[in-house]
Design a protein around this ligand. Structure first.
Ligand code: HEC
Ligand code: HEC
Length: 328
């Protein structure tokens, strides 16, 4: 610094001027009559400056710093951002592992009873739902036409933990032995019912939920009721309340998966729908599927385990499935 000051002095020798008021030399710079005093730099400032220089030299040595041919100086500290990422990922995995080990051992009931495991399940389930399920079921699991709402207590296949677990693992109408399987016949397309008969049964279906049937059909409920008993009751039940064994929806509750206007219901009976839900057991790991199960169960609509305490749905012999449902 003192060299620098000397330079200034040398350059300015001819104009050297001392400020009368402070007794300090000026630098010779002047703006509109205001002159710059040539005060020495404050000592504390100089020290900070020297420390910064030393620190930067140390940094260049220890950390990757300068671009050189073929890459950059690596630094003696062995630091890379990849390594930092890996370290922080390892830390997350280690932190999760504490829960995962316990989670893996615990039954659904134990998880529900343990606030920590429960929070772990809900956080994981909610994140995984957004990643894997929201495209079809909606981010809030509210569903869309053809994709069921998973918040309510209207279940096609059952809302107990074991039911939900089974559905997620094996899917619906998927290509595996344990998948949920049943198929409503396409009564019109397959020529099982004439259009007038479909109109009659549609009238009857609307009467089950006391909804106006709209225009169309002759509203001959007796005729519709007979057809319903013969063709539909095996899956939807004589009272129309549905049967989860076959994923057959309750037709008395005004909740419609495929639309509740006359044209939609006619189309459902004429062509059938057969919604498909992927099986997740080979795409997601066991713990993730269990987290999702708990998440969905707690969303709303979760049900108690049935009395018989069945953990998985019973394997049912093919003969048990009403004729029309079995398809290969
Ligand atoms: C490709 C679209 C699609 C994706 C993705 C999907 N689902 Fe589904 N899901 C369906 C359809 C369609 C149904 C109804 C099938 C039927 O008619 O029985 C369904 C039904 C369900 C049911 C049964 C509901 C009931 O009332 O019994 C559950 C539970 C479920 N899905 C959970 C999930 C979870 C959890 C995920 C993500 C891991 C997921 N779904 C991803 C299409 C999908
Ligand atoms: C083999 C079993 C089976 C039979 C028989 C059957 N259904 Fe279905 N039905 C289902 C299933 C399963 C669904 C669920 C929708 C799907 O296929 O994705 C369904 C859905 C429906 C729906 C749509 C409900 C909604 O919420 O949108 C209506 C309406 C319906 N059935 C009416 C009938 C009528 C009327 C008959 C008789 C003419 C009949 N079903 C016979 C199994 C059956």
């Amino acid at each position: 610094m003192s060299d620098h000051q000397n330079d200034n002095q040398d350059q300015n020798t001819d104009k050297k001027e001392v400020d009368a008021h402070s007794g300090v030399e000026t630098t010779g710079h002047e703006w509109d009559g205001i002159k710059e005093l040539n005060n020495p730099l404050p000592r504390w400032w100089l020290w900070v400056f020297y420390v910064c220089i030393l620190w930067s030299v140390w940094y260049w040595v220890v950390y990757p710093a300068w671009p050189v041919a073929g890459g950059h100086t690596k630094g003696t500290g062995g630091y890379t951002q990849f390594k930092e990422l890996e370290d922080s990922q390892n830390e997350i995995v280690a932190r999760q592992k504490v829960y995962l080990d316990r989670f893996e051992q615990a039954s659904f009931q134990e998880i529900l009873d343990d606030p920590e495991l429960y929070a772990f399940a809900m956080a994981g389930g909610s994140a995984m739902f957004k990643d894997n399920c929201a495209t079809c079921h909606g981010t809030g699991a509210q569903g869309f036409k053809g994709y069921p709402n998973l918040n309510d207590d209207d279940w096609l296949w059952g809302g107990a933990l074991s039911d939900i677990h089974q559905t997620i693992q094996y899917g619906i109408r998927e290509d595996n032995l344990d998948t949920r399987l049943s198929q409503m016949p396409a009564f019109g397309k397959e020529g099982m019912l004439k259009n007038t008969e479909i109109e009659a049964v549609v009238d009857y279906v609307f009467s089950l939920s006391s909804q106006a049937a709209g225009h169309g059909g002759d509203h001959d409920l007796a005729k519709g009721q007979t057809i319903f008993a013969e063709q539909c009751a095996s899956c939807h039940g004589l009272d129309g309340k549905g049967d989860r064994e076959f994923g057959a929806p309750n037709l008395t509750d005004k909740i419609w998966l495929y639309g509740g206007d006359r044209a939609s219901v006619f189309e459902t009976v004429y062509s059938a729908r057969s919604g498909m839900m992927p099986a997740w057991k080979d795409r997601l790991d066991k713990n993730t599927i269990r987290q999702l199960t708990i998440y969905l169960h707690q969303l709303g609509g979760g049900e108690e385990e049935r009395e018989d305490g069945q953990e998985e749905t019973v394997e049912r012999p093919v003969e048990d499935i009403p004729d029309a449902t079995y398809s290969e």
